[in-house]
Ligand binder design. Structure first.
Ligand code: GDP
Ligand code: MG
Length: 458
């Protein structure tokens, strides 16, 4: 036995997948049961995350008769599904999400955003399980509320089992076409080696949810001991920058390791250079039972990882989501820390093509910008980039992109990933002849750009 096993932090789990596959519903479902019973079972709502203590997971999975000990203190599930929180949970280019749930609708199979999610997971080398959701939609499904999936499946008619197997086989084939091996989790002994596990679920009636919870916990504690060993060196990522009434601009962070204190001097990466400030307040929502108390937060003197926290302090207006938060320790030189904090921005900037010729790319956060740049760099795509921006596309971005009109006209293009384009920017781009392509799926930007290049060449 590893002595580290006594000192594990909670694994951090993201939910990804195509729209309407049931990501939000799955979260509600795993959160829900105990709340209805008037007993939250220690589940705590955090900023951008929900914490499920091991106790609760044990309770929810007892029908599975898993005698294995739960070694992790719990599971921290990120509440905002989608690529944004996943890509922002990063540190120096690597992912901080320990495990992801990729949700697939059993009736629809793989969809565009499923493939997008797969690409992001591959890029970050993140382990994941597939929740094959909406099994209750199989024609004739007999509800077995919150039952383990094998037990629920035994209750089904031959017809239901046949449809289930047919769809499952099709989806396994679709994954194979994406270069991913998958198998039903209870047949998959390799667990994460080369074959990813599929857990059939219903977010409505709860079948398969016990299996999913147990799989997440058992897999992480079995294969990620080192990664999950708690460290008191602060590791913290900015997930969102938000204006909150009465608090000004706040940052929502995920604290992966270490402890934060009220009054700590911190440094975060800003649009106009490093932001050095002091933590004014560490905030979390009220406990579950009191969630009706809107707009007020609990204040903490200190908070230990892993947690989702809202931080208030002065000067966050230009903070960039997807960057790391640093604490200035008593022996630290603040200048060194400032440099470290800007490293994130620098490493992304360094991906700009040295020739000065290329398209202009704009994304909502540093994390998503990084993902887009990574994609544009791949040999099959290989689109050079001459400039980058974060946030909505403004006139100044169009101006910058327009420089290419004289150099290489087809590059006088803005690839806008998951960001808005202001009315003024749109007017200016029409006037100058700068093309603006918008999409919320990375490879759709590539498709649009490629189609445009092809029409130019004709
Ligand atoms: P998201 O876009 O992935 O977050 O999907 P939602 O959680 O908002 O779910 C989209 C729709 O599918 C909603 O109408 C849900 O009620 C429904 N839904 C989600 N999960 C299930 C499920 O397991 N079974 C059934 N029958 N419907 C589901
Ligand atoms: Mg949703």
């Amino acid at each position: 036995p590893n002595q580290n096993e006594d000192n594990l932090r909670s694994p951090i789990c993201c939910i990804m997948g195509h729209v309407d596959t049931g990501k939000t519903k799955l979260l509600d479902c795993i959160r829900g049961t105990n709340v209805q019973e008037g007993e939250a079972g220690g589940i705590t709502q955090q900023i951008g995350a929900t914490y499920f203590p091991a106790e609760n997971i044990r309770e929810r999975t007892k029908e599975l008769k898993a005698d294995a000990k739960l070694k992790v203190p719990g599971l921290l599930v990120i509440d905002t599904p989608g690529h944004e929180s996943f890509t922002n949970l990063r540190s120096r280019g690597s992912g901080l999400c320990d495990i992801a749930i990729l949700v697939v609708d059993i009736m629809h199979g793989l969809e565009p955003q499923t493939i997008e999610s797969l690409n992001l997971l591959k890029m970050r080398n993140t382990e994941f399980i597939v929740a094959l959701n909406k099994v209750d939609r199989l024609y004739g499904w007999k509800v077995c509320k919150n039952a383990p999936i094998v037990k629920a499946m035994k209750q089904q008619s031959k017809d239901v089992q046949f449809e289930y197997n047919t769809r499952l086989t099709q989806i396994v084939t679709q994954f194979k076409e994406q270069g991913i091996n998958t198998e039903l989790y209870y047949k998959n002994k390799e667990m994460g080696k080369d074959t990813f596990s599929i857990v059939p679920t219903s977010a409505i009636s709860g079948e398969g949810i016990p299996d999913m919870l147990l799989l997440l916990v058992q897999w992480t504690q079995k294969t990620m001991i080192e990664r999950l060993t708690y460290s008191n060196v602060v590791q913290c990522t900015v997930l969102e920058v938000k204006v909150v009434e009465g608090h000004g601009t706040t940052i929502d962070v995920v604290l992966v390791n270490g402890v934060l204190h009220e009054g700590d001097q911190i440094v975060v990466c800003g649009m106009q250079g490093p932001i050095v400030t002091t933590i004014r307040a560490l905030l979390t929502p009220h406990p579950m039972k009191e969630l009706r108390v809107k707009g007020t937060y609990l204040h903490h003197k200190e908070i230990k990882a892993a947690q989702g926290i809202k931080i208030t302090a002065q000067g966050f207006e230009h903070a960039i989501a997807g960057t790391s938060l640093y604490v200035v320790g008593p022996d630290d030189d603040v200048e060194d820390i400032k440099e470290a904090a800007m490293e994130d921005m620098k490493s992304v900037m360094s991906r700009i093509d040295k020739s000065g010729e290329g398209v202009y790319v704009q994304a909502s956060t540093l994390g998503s910008l990084e993902a887009l740049l990574e994609f544009l760099k791949t040999p099959e795509v290989s689109i050079p980039v001459s400039g980058i921006g974060i946030g909505p596309v403004h006139k100044k971005d169009v101006m910058k992109a327009s420089v290419m009109l004289e150099k290489k006209k087809e590059y006088a293009t803005i690839l806008a990933f998951d960001v808005k384009v202001t009315q003024e920017a749109r007017e200016l781009s029409d006037e100058l002849g700068v093309k603006v392509f918008m999409a919320d799926i990375i490879y759709h930007l590539f498709d649009q750009f490629k189609a445009y290049i092809d029409t130019i060449k004709e």
